[in-house]
Design a protein around this ligand. Structure first.
Ligand SMILES: Cc1cc2nc3c(=O)[nH]c(=O)nc-3n(C[C@H](O)[C@H](O)[C@H](O)COP(=O)(O)OP(=O)(O)OC[C@H]3O[C@@H](n4cnc5c(N)ncnc54)[C@H](O)[C@@H]3O)c2cc1C
Length: 357
């Protein structure tokens, strides 16, 4: 199927087929726009099929390069860096901000930096690739501007992972009253656009660009248009996961954000080195960090780096939804030996009552 677009005739959708079938004109009562996003590139670093890739081309690589320069140390860049380094590729990450995974808690970024460096990944932060210096000849050469001067990098391939942009062009938005803001479709809390019968969900509206977020937004939008009076999504309760090795997961506020919001925080941290199951697995790098409000005991954020943490974040998610305190998390008995014991111990550590570690 080709692009389905809002056609110039008010209230209609044209479905253009690209398989020779006839185009179709629909007159729907409601529409949910979920056209997703595409990788952003930088001027001068356009995909060329040979040397410069985004994650889309990288997924279609038929053989591993010997070396790769990854521009952007966000979630996608770090997932690729970790995986390719494990495959034996020489990896360099260049990140514009002061740390990789800049939206994660700072201690998580630090631990990930340490663990990636341990597996040989080179990381340059506060560093900007000068796209117009890119040379391609049997590999790439590019100059990177850093705080202490410029440095020339060489690699077989270059992966651009600098974020994603919404698919809002060529879908006929100009034939509607839909409003966009900074490249994303604007909606209210029930995902209605300025044309209230047209909804938009997922990557095309920006925010947390995650599959489970898109899916929940879709359910909320459909419940709303069906008159079911759904709850609005609380984005503070959305878990995020990074599939690097080790994994990262988090929910709620980082320590920095909590302090910015004026909370007086108390923090519990527990290393996987204190957890028997992690030692059995031989994967004891990482920790769990729980941030709570000193005044009310409210849970503010949970941040994890370590083995299988993407499978364990849902306990923190449930705790957030049920407004549990760290004490209540610790009161829930964590079976032994499990990796989940680290959460119980980190919760105890919030009040200095941890048993291990
Ligand atoms: C490399 C990578 C790794 C990721 N890993 C994770 C992860 O581990 N966990 C996670 O939660 N999220 C992950 N994400 C993000 C996740 O894929 C997106 O957030 C999610 O797919 C968004 O869903 P969506 O429905 O908004 O858009 P999409 O899943 O992108 O779906 C949009 C669809 O609309 C189609 N379309 C676009 N325009 C038109 C048109 N005009 N007519 C008809 N069809 C059209 C597209 O072809 C596409 O099939 C990852 C993304 C990338 C790029």
């Amino acid at each position: 199927m080709g692009p389905s677009i809002f056609s110039p005739t008010a209230g209609t959708i044209s479905v253009e087929m690209n398989n020779g079938e006839e185009n179709e004109m629909l007159i729907p009562k409601n529409v949910v726009v979920a056209t997703g996003s595409k990788p952003r590139t930088l001027p001068g670093l356009e995909v060329d099929g040979a040397y410069v890739m985004t994650s889309e081309e990288a997924l279609n690589m038929e053989s591993l390069p010997e070396s790769i320069l990854i521009v952007g140390g966000g979630v996608i860049g770090i997932e690729w860096a970790s995986m390719l380094a494990d495959f034996g590729v020489e990896v360099t990450v260049v990140e514009y901000t002061k740390r990789i995974l800049p939206t994660e808690d700072e201690e998580i970024s630090k631990e990930m930096t340490r663990l990636l460096k341990k597996k040989g990944v080179k990381i340059a932060t506060n560093a900007k690739v000068l796209a117009d210096t890119l040379k391609k000849d049997n590999g790439i050469e590019i100059i990177v501007e850093k705080e202490d001067g410029t440095k020339t990098y060489h690699a077989e391939k270059l992966l651009v992972s600098v974020g994603r942009e919404a698919n809002i062009t060529n879908i006929g938005l100009e034939n509607t009253d839909i409003v966009t803001e900074k490249g994303y479709i604007e909606t209210n809390g029930f995902y209605q656009t300025k044309e209230s019968h047209i909804y938009a969900i997922g990557d095309v509206i920006g925010g947390l660009q995650l599959a489970h977020v898109a899916s929940h937004e879709g359910i909320t939008a459909v419940d709303h248009l069906a008159g079911q009076n759904p709850e609005k999504i609380d984005y503070n309760n959305v878990p995020t996961c990074i599939y690097s090795n080790p994994e990262v997961s988090s929910i709620g506020l980082t320590e920095e954000k909590a302090k910015e919001k004026g909370y007086d925080v108390k923090i519990g941290k527990m290393s996987f080195k204190a957890i028997g199951k992690a030692l059995i697995f031989g994967e004891s790098d990482g920790f769990v960090k729980i941030i709570a409000d000193k005044e009310t005991d409210d849970l503010l954020g949970v941040h994890m780096i370590g083995p299988h943490v993407t499978d364990m974040i849902s306990e923190a998610g449930l705790a957030q939804v049920l407004d549990a305190t760290p004490w209540e998390i610790a009161e829930s008995i964590h079976p032994h030996p499990t990796l989940s014991e680290v959460i119980g111990e980190a919760a105890l550590a919030v009040d200095g009552k941890q048993i291990h570690g």
